[in-house]
Write a protein that binds this ligand. Structure first.
Ligand code: COA
Ligand code: MG
Length: 331
């Protein structure tokens, strides 16, 4: 292990995060009754400029008056380049800070962006005498943000999660796609023409692989949760599931839902399977047994397990326990 310790952010279940425009109060009760682990009430891009002020009021009222149960509550503020942002932070935290868990900072470009919001939030929390600390969810969705992702990830002890905002990232990098988070037939290779008679095949790739993998590394190296952003076609559950699975496979802990139908899919894909949990428990038992006998590495089912295996297994079991606790709380 490195002598540099990685502190882990406040642990929260973060399998699904439902996007709810602040200008759509008719969605609020449905969101509160849903099985989403996290809700983000949006003041940014799902809200038109004329509706910003009313959306802010709606969100403050909703945080104070609606029973959100044990859900993690987030508000996405406007970008630091707008004149809405300061009042988003001041009004929401002053008037509804008690039920707010996270502020989501969109289009983060540099560590200084996080520092600026941290300064504001710190003052408001102190002035209001809040005894809990509001955390930060950060959207990596621009070329600048991706270039500075390491510094952004380490910019504040409030940081909890990095999110990959695929649509704005596509716009910022001028990627040739207009769908939100889906596959792209333009990003493919053709197998070689060399073999006589062999049919050439098209192999589609994942256009977002680099960006997502890059963000996962920055998040994990700073003890944060990497979360995959939206999948726009909410009438394509198979496509959503595949997108969520490839994100989970890379290390993401959750995915956005932009429609209620995507919540259960995200929860399902981001929940470790029974088989995975059972195996993790067996690894922990086998290692405990080996430790008693003074051995460092042991075999289980014909494969090597070592201290890295036990850390992976422990992380998985902790998550399974959190999920079980959430299920009990929801009953
Ligand atoms: N949160 C809570 N409830 C929602 C919801 C959401 N994000 N989206 C839809 N619903 C509700 C609807 O009110 C409807 O409820 P009802 O059955 O009680 O009438 C039900 O879920 C089915 O909705 P549906 O008719 O299929 O969708 P819609 O046409 O009303 O809305 C969208 C579709 C995409 C406009 C809407 O889902 C939405 O605004 N999503 C969030 C988009 C967003 O925040 N984008 C920014 C981040 S990328
Ligand atoms: Mg965006």
């Amino acid at each position: 292990m490195s002598f540099t310790l990685v502190n882990q952010a406040t642990p929260r279940l973060h399998r699904s995060e439902l996007a709810v425009p602040g200008s759509q109060p008719k969605f609020f009760e449905k969101a509160a009754a849903s099985v989403a682990d996290v809700i983000f009430l949006d003041l940014e891009d799902a809200v038109a400029p004329d509706e910003k002020v009313q959306a802010r009021k709606n969100i403050i009222e909703a945080l104070n008056d609606i029973d959100w149960g044990t859900k993690t509550m987030t508000v996405r503020i406007n970008g630091l380049d707008t004149h809405y942002m300061y009042r988003d932070v001041v009004d929401v935290i002053e008037q509804a800070g008690k039920r707010l868990d996270l502020i989501m900072i969109p289009k983060a470009g540099s560590a200084a962006d996080i520092y600026a919001v941290d300064m504001m939030v710190t003052q408001i929390e102190a002035a209001m005498g809040y005894d809990k600390r509001i955390g930060f969810s950060i959207l990596i969705e621009t070329a600048l943000g991706m270039m500075n992702v390491d510094q952004i990830a380490g910019a504040s002890p409030r940081n909890e999660a990095l999110h990959f905002g695929v649509a704005d990232y596509a716009a910022s990098t001028r990627a040739r796609t207009t769908n939100i988070g889906g596959a792209n037939e333009g990003y493919a290779i053709l197998t070689t023409a060399e073999q006589e008679g062999a049919e050439r095949q098209v192999h589609w790739g994942d256009q977002w692989h680099y960006a997502l993998a890059r963000m996962v590394v920055a998040a994990r190296a700073n003890g944060l949760r990497p979360i995959d952003g939206p999948f726009g076609d909410f009438s394509d559950p198979k496509g959503f599931r595949a997108a969520a699975m490839r994100a989970a496979t890379l290390g993401c802990e959750g995915k956005w839902a932009i429609h209620p139908s995507q919540i259960a899919l995200a929860n399902e894909v981001m929940t470790p399977s029974e088989a995975e949990v059972t195996k993790a428990r067996r690894i922990i038992e086998a290692m405990a047994e080996a430790e008693k006998e003074g051995k460092g590495a042991v075999t289980l089912d014909g494969r090597l397990i070592d201290l890295a295996s036990i850390r992976q297994a422990e992380a998985l079991v902790t998550k399974a326990d959190q999920i079980a606790a959430r299920a009990v709380a929801a009953e």
